[in-house]
Write a protein that binds this ligand. Structure first.
Ligand code: PDD
Length: 284
């Protein structure tokens, strides 16, 4: 069951208007929330970011945070996911209007589309790592807004896959930003490096969790810009995201990262992150 514009509908029976601005212009925002053992993980952080994204595109959300939580929990219930690992996807478009670029003077009724599905943790990849390719970052300059405009990310990932890699590491004129749907960390001499939380990256919730866990555990973190040569000579690389968690990158452009094995720091961070997940799933 999905929740579409105020109605509970079966998959395949949802009606999307051809002139929904989300559909025509990517004029909308979204969130992907992890569900562990039926519990919405880091709900407050995701929903706060959804409101920030809405503000970033001058969109006033007509739902309270509590209403959005009730919809998300109802999605889990209606899809029998109360004890499963999965995701909830919340998308809000500006609304439906005859297609023209101008944002209508009178606010439209935003259209919400939400679904939940089972999704296992990527255990194999977490243990063995994935491969990446450096790809130019051709996305827009408001990457801190989680907008529906994902074509830049989609095409960059496609370029990486055609080059035989699992994902891309994006760079703007040589400065490394993030990955297609995750943030990037490099490890040098036991310390972490990641792009600062500017308009050039999404301010990932998993990224922030790792920064906090590192701080609590005496691991140095540098939120600084670094270039492609830096990642090419990193001891370890990993990406962070709601779906991918703390994912080691073991090869970059066909060249082993560090000694080609999963690094010791990423393993430590994976363990700390897992402890957080289990703590949150059992606390609720
Ligand atoms: N993507 N950077 C980008 C470009 C992203 O799309 C995402 C998340 C992240 C990681 O953010 P977080 O840790 O808050 O999930 C970083 C989601 C999962 C997606 O689009 O499917």
């Amino acid at each position: 069951m999905l929740y579409v514009d105020g109605n509970w509908v079966k998959t395949g029976e949802a009606v999307i208007q051809p002139e929904d601005r989300g559909y025509n212009f990517g004029d909308g925002i979204y969130e992907v929330i992890r569900v562990y053992a039926g519990v919405l993980y880091q709900w407050d952080e995701h929903i706060a970011r959804l409101y920030r994204s809405a503000e970033g595109i001058n969109l006033t959300l007509p739902w309270s945070k509590a209403e959005l939580r009730a919809i998300s929990e109802e999605l889990l219930r209606r899809n029998a996911l109360q004890t499963s690992d999965g995701i909830v996807y919340l998308q809000i478009s500006r609304g439906v209007a005859p297609r023209q670029h101008d944002v209508p003077a009178n606010p439209l009724k935003p259209v919400i589309t939400a679904f939940a599905r089972q999704k296992a943790r990527p255990v194999q990849e977490l243990q063995h790592g994935i491969t990446a390719a450096l790809v130019p970052d051709l996305r827009w300059l408001m990457c801190d807004i989680k907008s529906l405009n994902l074509l830049g990310a989609v095409l960059a990932k496609e370029t990486a896959k055609k080059a035989g890699a699992n994902d891309c590491i994006l760079h703007r004129d040589g400065i490394v930003t993030e990955c297609s749907a995750a943030n990037l960390f490099a490890v040098k001499q036991g310390e972490l490096y990641t792009h600062p939380a500017t308009n050039l990256i999404l301010h990932g919730i998993t990224r922030q969790t790792i920064i906090s866990l590192a701080a609590k555990n005496g691991i140095g973190v540098h939120e600084v810009a670094f270039d492609t040569a830096f990642v090419q000579s990193a001891d370890e690389l990993f990406l962070t995201g709601t779906v991918s968690e703390i994912m080691p990158i073991v090869k970059l452009d066909g060249v082993p990262v560090g000694n080609g094995e999963i690094g010791s720091l990423v393993k430590r961070l994976q363990a700390l992150f897992e402890a957080e997940i289990f703590a949150s799933a059992t606390a609720t």
